[in-house]
Design a protein around this ligand. Structure first.
Ligand code: NI
Length: 177
């Protein structure tokens, strides 16, 4: 087992609608999921979607409450209309961060590796993370969600971009998603 290569913005696989995972899982898909979890740790990311490693399947590995969760065929439901603006990055768009509005609270359903239904709720950073990752399954990248592309910055300019703020304390910021 080894970490997988992350594909970058511009690769057509990131713009495709990913296909549902079918059960029971074949060994190739099981292997892909294990390697995605390994890749997420290797990249010190918070979330990874299968299209980001070149596989157009509805698989997300995400750190929720600090623990890795494997969500197969995830579906999100927005809870309420409250939006929150926060800084996002993406392993497929290295070196950049952007301010993106996301729903503050969501609920989610998915299947685990046995094909059993799993569900939960998320708010704040976890809700942002899941919206970002599930967007990957639909060919959407975070700049597509930015109403104002002037709120896109290079990481090297983040201190100028967020004057007077410690970027590390910025709500919703995450080095990699
Ligand atoms: Ni991403």
């Amino acid at each position: 087992m080894s970490a997988l290569k992350i594909v970058k913005m511009g690769n057509p696989v990131l713009r495709k609608t990913a296909k549902p995972v079918v059960f029971p899982l074949d060994s190739k898909t099981e292997d892909l999921i294990s390697r995605m979890a390994e890749t997420l740790m290797h990249e010190e990311g918070a979330g990874l979607a299968a299209p980001q490693v070149g596989d157009s399947l509805r698989i997300v590995v995400a750190l929720l409450g600090g623990a890795p969760h494997i969500l197969l065929n995830p579906v999100l439901t927005m809870e309420g209309e409250d939006m929150e603006w926060g800084l996002e990055g993406c392993l497929s768009i290295p070196g950049l961060r952007g301010v993106v509005p996301r729903f503050q609270r969501i609920s989610w359903t998915a299947q685990n590796m046995a094909g059993e239904p799993v569900s939960g709720t998320a708010e704040g950073f976890s809700a942002r993370l899941l919206q970002h990752e599930v967007d990957h399954l639909d060919g959407i990248l975070y700049p597509d969600r930015m109403p104002d592309l002037r709120l896109l910055t290079h990481v090297d300019e983040i201190e100028n971009f967020l004057p007077g703020e410690d970027p590390g304390s910025h709500e919703g910021e995450q080095e990699h998603e």
